[in-house]
Design a protein around this ligand. Structure first.
Ligand code: NAD
Length: 457
């Protein structure tokens, strides 16, 4: 029997050892899910919705305990764990309200006895391989619309958020979703790989670019729907007419929230030379006010780094920047001792020869670069293989629109950052991925559109 040990990243101590899946159990659960899916799809949508409403009620009922589970296994500060769970509720409400209109059959032609209709059928059996940084969000962005549209789901949560994944499955089962229709697989990458070897009808992945590529290669000739939501190196530009303090406080939060471990964290900042120094002063003051400590404490803002190997990435990016002439304004080091800790780090005098401005950091480190104007900012923002989000701070909407129209990104922000809305599609450009979740399109993506040509005899 294989097992998976879950560790608390704040202490390094083992929380629990779970029985893990293996290729044989993954195959068995796939078969069971496939057998159970048609009956689930045949249920009226109202019944499937009732299950998801029950799931929502379970999240509300158990919220505090669920937040603590997530904080223990990921090191996310407890207030942010609660925020994630509270933020999940409007997403659930969106899916509940919008599934019916999103998948309603549509008559697009009706003349002379000939009718044409578009119908949405479930894909069938959907694999969801997921990340740990917002496990409720990224898990449910796939699981909920997939179930509502009549699919069965084989969900492989990250090995760093498996207890949370099991809670998601438990609440869905308690609410009436059959065990076989929603299976939570336990294990690391090898269990994800075993799942990909199964005859699934769609693969929905959230994680790193490196793993995303491996998954795309594994799926290669299979002709199965594949969505990849990957990393980013999200830029923001602060124009000379922006309020330096307001922008700095907003962007410090956007860079450091969730210990910088958000897919849409602000990862690099460009500031117009006219307000650069004032911006840096406010930014550093704000970051110095972020308290690093026990994720279970109410006043902690910077929690633990969830994956220990990321400490080496952060350290090497800071060393590389300093060796090439950057100035350290705050932080800069990992903390030695129990658990995975890295100080909130701010670097200035950075440029694009440095990894910190080119490679995803996924931690509480940020580079701030001075620019001479909009054209230089646009050029630097686009100097990346990623394209998840990008933002501009200026009171001038026309200027922001002009700049953001030129930037390659799935989502763009004017005077805001690190924001996701269930009403808008969530997608990446380039190495940030293919496909999308959320919005009506993120519901339709779990269906196959069937074309009906109907002639009255
Ligand atoms: P990861 O790529 O290490 O792991 C993601 C999942 O893939 C895990 O469940 C893992 O077990 C599984 N996996 C690993 N190897 C596999 C293989 N060979 N076959 C099948 N599955 C395999 O990523 P992570 O550390 O969990 O997440 C962090 C990354 O996710 C960051 O790059 C972040 O930007 C990205 N992310 C993107 C979004 C988005 O919406 N675009 C959202 C959240 C996180």
């Amino acid at each position: 029997m294989s097992t998976l040990s879950i560790y608390n990243p704040a202490t390094g101590h083992r929380i629990v050892e779970l029985q893990a899946d293996d290729p044989a159990s993954v195959a068995a659960r796939t078969q069971a899910a496939r057998a159970a899916q048609p009956a689930w799809a045949a249920r009226p949508l109202a019944e499937r919705k009732r299950c998801i409403e029950g799931f929502r009620a379970g999240v509300v009922r158990d919220l505090e305990r669920l937040a603590q589970v997530m904080t223990r296994e990921t090191g996310k500060p407890i207030r942010m764990s609660r925020n994630e769970l509270n933020g999940l509720l409007p997403r659930i409400d969106f899916f509940l309200a919008q599934t019916e209109p999103a998948i309603a059959a549509e008559t697009v032609f009706d003349e002379g006895g000939m009718r044409e209709q578009i119908q949405h059928e479930p894909l069938g059996l959907v694999a969801n391989i997921s990340a740990w940084n917002y496990p409720w969000f990224v898990g449910c962005n796939v699981i909920l619309p997939a179930l509502l549209t009549g699919n069965a789901v084989l969900y492989k949560p990250s090995e760093y958020s498996t207890m949370t994944g099991q809670e998601i499955a438990r609440l869905l089962h308690e609410a009436g979703v059959p065990q076989e229709v929603m299976a939570c697989l336990v294990g690391g990458g090898e269990v994800g790989a075993a799942l990909l070897a199964q005859p699934v009808d769609g693969v929905f992945f959230t994680g790193s670019h490196a793993t995303g590529r491996r998954i795309a290669e594994a799926m290669g000739s299979r002709l199965v729907k594949l969505q990849l939501e990957l990393g980013g190196k999200d830029p923001t530009y602060v124009c000379d007419d922006a309020d330096a303090q307001t922008a700095a406080e907003s962007l410090a939060d956007g860079a450091m929230y969730n210990t910088g471990q958000s897919c849409c964290s602000v990862e690099r900042i460009y500031v117009h030379e006219k307000i650069h120094d004032a911006f840096v002063e406010h930014f550093v003051r704000t970051v110095r006010g972020f308290r690093l400590g026990d994720p279970a404490s109410e006043d902690t803002y910077i929690g633990a780094i969830t994956r220990a190997p990321q400490l080496d990435v952060l350290e090497s990016q800071v060393e590389d920047a300093l060796a090439k002439g950057a100035t350290l304004q705050a932080g800069g080091e990992r903390r030695i001792g129990e658990g995975n800790w890295f100080d909130a780090t701010v670097l200035t005098h950075v440029d694009h020869t440095m990894d910190i401005m080119r490679e995803e950091s996924f931690g509480p480190v940020i580079g701030i670069q001075k620019v001479a104007g909009d054209a230089e900012a646009v050029r630097l923002m686009n100097d990346t293989r990623y394209g998840l989000t990008a933002g501009v701070y200026t009171p001038d909407e026309e200027r922001a629109r002009r700049i953001l129209a030129q930037v390659h990104a799935g989502s763009v922000y004017w005077n805001c950052c690190d924001r996701v809305s269930p009403r808008l599609p969530w997608s990446g450009v380039g190495d940030s991925g293919v496909g999308l979740t959320l919005s009506k399109y993120g519901i339709q993506t779990f269906t196959r559109t069937k074309a009906w040509h109907l002639r009255q005899a």
